[in-house]
Design a binder for this molecule. Structure first.
Ligand SMILES: Nc1ncnc2c1ncn2[C@@H]1O[C@H](COP(=O)(O)OP(=O)(O)OP(=O)(O)O)[C@@H](O)[C@H]1O
Ligand SMILES: O=P(O)(O)OC[C@H]1O[C@H](OP(=O)(O)OP(=O)(O)O)[C@H](O)[C@@H]1O
Ligand SMILES: [Mg+2]
Length: 304
């Protein structure tokens, strides 16, 4: 196994993903769906790309923005929250922006929110004046407090933030919320949203000036194809010609269908690529509107 190339050697692309955690499996699956495969090293911190010269670095998610900023990796798959926190910290230090969100990836969705004890009769951000707020996102919280004109103390914790009010460590928290179960379990309620987040592909601000440019363009093209087809299905059905207008109204997410004539002029066979999810309810609605012989097929790949 060749050792990881030194920073500055630029004929392979390097992508950092979370080593273990919520984003690691979906990130790998997404890149694998783009046709990438790797030989894993023994320590499993570096995976050498086999099908294409695209290597993986397996790291803590918090390290990804810094690795991008230092040019150690070219792309990273990370929560928007982590990327935005890094940007907020850099802005506070007066440093320039080091990476950008290239594309949202459709998994790891949650929000960064302020939560307070359930008994608190919340009237607005001004309620936090003079209070102490526990968070793992001090940069984003300070930014939000600054914009709201609120002077509060920010207590930085790396985990188990929601327990801080019960321990008397803080009056409120600022943490990620998805189902809300962790808040409920800690007798807290969400009152303000700072950021809607999901996993994103983060990349460089400036284009590559070497062999990586072509590799990056290929990877982004494949990624577009995979993400576009995530919920897409090929719908096949038959219908009488006069039913067509009302059937097409039920398929606003479909590409223009291929229409074939069956059985004289009045019966048609149609084939349409639909991008929204094809639920049982939608099929039943189509049937009621005059479709028959409905068939839903998975779609493997697209290239345009
Ligand atoms: N409850 C949740 N639901 C959905 N997505 C979440 C949730 N909690 C976190 N995330 C997203 O997943 C990312 C990774 O979360 P995870 O808990 O695995 O991170 P971590 O404990 O900081 O991991 P690491 O060990 O890499 O530092 C978060 O930054 C966020 O973008
Ligand atoms: O609204 P919910 O669905 O309850 O999710 C929110 C919780 O999920 C995350 O923690 P995680 O479970 O990853 O634990 P960690 O903070 O120890 O990483 C986040 O930090 C919240 O605590
Ligand atoms: Mg982390």
């Amino acid at each position: 196994m060749p050792p990881p190339a030194a920073v500055g050697a630029r004929d392979r692309l390097r992508i950092a993903i979370q080593k273990s955690g919520r984003l690691s499996e979906p990130a790998r699956a997404l890149l694998a769906a783009c046709g990438l495969s790797w030989r894993e090293s023994r320590d499993k911190l570096f995976c050498y790309g086999e099908s294409l010269p695209v290597d993986l670095l397996l790291v803590r998610d918090d390290d990804i923005p810094g690795l991008l900023a230092d040019g150690v990796c070219d792309y990273g798959i990370v929560g928007r929250n982590v990327l935005a926190e890094h940007a907020a910290e850099r802005a506070r230090e007066g440093s320039h922006v080091a990476s950008r969100e290239v594309r949202a990836l459709g998994f790891g969705a949650c929000r960064l929110a302020i939560a307070v004890p359930e008994r608190w009769e919340w009237t607005g951000p001004g309620d936090l004046q003079g209070k102490r707020i526990a968070t793992s996102y001090p940069g984003l919280l300070q930014q939000w407090l600054g914009e709201a004109g609120v002077d509060a103390t920010v207590a930085t914790l790396t985990g188990s933030v929601e327990i801080a009010p019960r321990l008397g460590q803080a009056d409120a928290v600022c943490d990620l919320v998805s189902s809300g179960a962790t808040l409920v379990a800690n007798q807290l309620k969400p009152v303000e949203t700072l950021l809607q987040t999901e996993a994103v592909l983060a990349g460089p601000v400036l284009p590559f000036g070497d062999a990586r440019a072509e590799l990056a363009a290929l990877l982004l093209r494949r990624l577009e194809g995979v993400l576009k087809l995530k919920d897409s299905r090929l719908l096949l059905f038959q219908a009488r010609r006069e039913a067509l207008p009302r059937l097409l109204k039920l398929l606003p997410d479909a590409e223009p269908p291929t229409v074939m004539q069956v059985d004289g002029a009045d019966t048609l066979a149609l084939q349409a690529l639909c991008h929204g999810s094809m639920t049982w309810q939608r099929l039943e609605d189509l049937k009621l509107a005059g479709a028959s012989a409905l068939l839903v097929l998975p779609v493997e790949r697209t290239l345009s």
